[in-house]
Design a protein around this ligand. Structure first.
Ligand code: KG4
Ligand code: ZN
Length: 352
């Protein structure tokens, strides 16, 4: 089984070819960073136009790299939401055109499901597992019971983790995208140099909150003379970045530790804990979560960093998983700007 995957929901134009055995035969990601950098964030209209400019050539390249012609595919999978809708349209229309022209099954993939299933790509990870999904727009703890079957255990009540990284980077003038910049800066800093809060720590339940931490970073940056100051002391910036990253690590570690206990009670097994989404590329956080899992006799499974940030291999793989179960979609499937994962379980999607 071989599936072409297409991803255009944010600021990466991506195309990949993945087999049922979990072999990645092509995985191309074209970043639009340079186009968005002058604006300090993703501009939806620029993103959509850029996807349109590049997607055809990228798909052609991915097929050439995989050494395949379209009739040799078993399906075409595409991110159909959630995301910036202009970009999602570009990917969905491209995938529909290919599916229609070559009479291939069409697979409308939820972007979050792509992240959620990535850990099974090339591994024998079985259901159920506990998933911490941390990206630019999401921060959720989910029990993954099967393909399309996600039970939400907790989530952020305000900002997503990636958003907090991006805002911290902006406050410190570290540029865009924020996550990798904060991680690089934090490497040389002293996390004890600033005293930042850990919102929700010790509270009942499995929810997260990051807006208080973000505000505290702003105040700390202001009093240290770092706010919007490109000439601010680099050593102090490094300290604040490290303090922020450590605070996030403390919050994620405590919530995951509690979630593993809840998961063990509900499913009779101690995890494993899987981390996915762009923030999962962060080495400090991966290490913290690894310790949490090991402490209670569980294991952390984290996909390679390049498969944590947005890519099309994860979409192709989710397509493989859905195709195996006969979960194909009609060609009039509508792209969705909002599409919570839990809705997948409740939906009866038309197979053809
Ligand atoms: O999954 P993703 O690539 O796109 C979304 O679906 O949102 O996640 C992007 C987010 C951004 O907020 C980015 O700053 C963050 O992931 N990120 C990181 C790192 N790499 C990317 N955050 C912390 N450390 C990193 N190394
Ligand atoms: Zn993503």
């Amino acid at each position: 089984m071989t599936v072409l995957g297409i991803e255009t929901s944010c600021d990466e134009t991506a195309a990949a070819v993945v087999t049922g055995a979990g072999e990645i035969r092509a995985n191309l990601v074209l970043s639009q960073l340079d186009e968005h950098r002058p604006f300090g964030g993703v501009v939806p209209e620029i993103a959509a136009r850029s996807h349109l400019d590049h997607i055809d050539r990228l798909v052609e390249q991915a097929m050439a790299e995989a050494g395949l012609d379209f009739p040799e595919l078993d399906g075409v999978a595409v991110t159909a939401g959630p995301g910036l809708i202009g970009g999602v349209f570009v990917g969905v229309m491209t995938a529909k055109a290919i599916a229609l022209a070559w009479e291939l099954p069409f697979l409308a993939v939820n972007h979050l499901e792509g992240h959620a299933l990535t850990a099974r790509l090339g591994s024998d990870l079985a259901f159920p597992y506990l998933l911490l999904l941390v990206s630019g727009g999401h921060c959720q703890l989910l029990a993954v019971e099967g393909v399309g079957r996600y039970r939400r255990l907790g989530g952020t009540i305000d900002d997503a983790v990636g958003e907090a990284f991006d805002k911290t980077a902006k406050l410190l003038g570290l540029g865009y995208p924020g996550g990798p910049a904060v991680e690089r800066q934090a490497a040389g800093g002293d996390p004890e140099a600033f005293d930042l809060p850990r919102p929700m720590l010790g509270r009942a339940g499995l929810d997260f909150s990051f807006s208080g931490l973000k505000t505290a970073v702003r105040h700390a940056a202001d009093s240290a003379g770092l706010l919007d100051n490109p000439d601010g002391d680099p050593a102090r910036k490094a300290d604040l970045a490290a303090a922020f990253q450590t605070a996030v690590g403390d919050i994620l570690a405590e919530r995951c530790s509690k979630a593993l206990a809840v998961f063990a009670e509900d499913y009779g097994r101690p995890g494993p804990l899987v981390v996915a989404g762009g923030v999962a590329a962060n080495r400090h956080l991966r290490q913290r979560l690894d310790t949490v899992a090991q402490d209670i006799g569980s294991t952390l499974i984290a996909p390679p960093p390049a498969l944590c940030t947005d890519n099309a291999a994860m979409i192709a793989w989710a397509g493989v998983e859905r195709l195996r179960l006969g979960l194909t979609d009609p060609l009039d499937f509508a792209a969705r700007p909002r599409w919570p994962l839990e809705e997948l379980a409740a939906e009866a999607r038309g197979s053809r």
